[in-house]
Design a protein around this ligand. Sequence first.
Ligand SMILES: [Zn+2]
Length: 264
Amino acid sequence: MNPRISMLNYKTLNILFFPVLAVLLVLNYFEVTGLLPYLILIALYLVVLIIGSARIQLNFYFTSLNSGATAKKEIALTFDDGPHPEITLKVLEILKKHEVKAAFFCIGRKIEQYPEITAAAFKDGHIIGNHSYTHSPLFDLFLPAKMTGELNKTSTIILHATGKKPLLFRPPFGVTNPWLKKALKKTELIPVGWSVRSLDTVKTAEKVLEKLKKEMHPGAVILLHDTHEKIIPILDGILPWLKENGYWITGLDELLKIQVYEDN
Ligand SMILES: [Zn+2]
């Protein structure tokens, strides 16, 4: 497991916040302070909560696996939000040509539409992970029971498509919160983040390549998407570059030293 645990996490934030709040209440009782210190304290608390929820690498609510603990030039590629009826097949073709194994964090309702594509990725030796059922923009507002339902449903869909029940889960948008922590505990799924975000859905292929080359590091877990045409030139550019620069692309199981499916 990733040994990195944030200095400031949800627990330590609350340990700091509530005693300070109590002191302010006492001071207020003796009419030493006004309303302003409360407002500043609450604003600070909310800012830290928002940053902690938005950045999975901070391990704010729980520890996610965001990179491999290695000094070797080993990295893993991950593709989110598929399967896509055309793009995923093109990605599989390129990966096959370069003899590269990757991980696909798939959306349950999309696997239901294209189970044969997820099955093909699995058959090619790629890892299939759980990326929720709906990938709803409101996913992070769901209560633990609803989240658990989405996670279990998607794991079952993956089991039907591949014959294996996944152990890896990547939160939609990389957002974490206490409800997701509960859902992960219930489903026993392992949260996986990333260390290099390509921003491939928003930037041009050239900019993405520049960013990837600049941020590449030993143990990197790269976040990509098999949902848009740009991924083709990005892969055509980055795969030879990685090879030329001595990087070895490996599976998440090897990089993170974890089991990725339940035992049958
Ligand atoms: Zn996603």
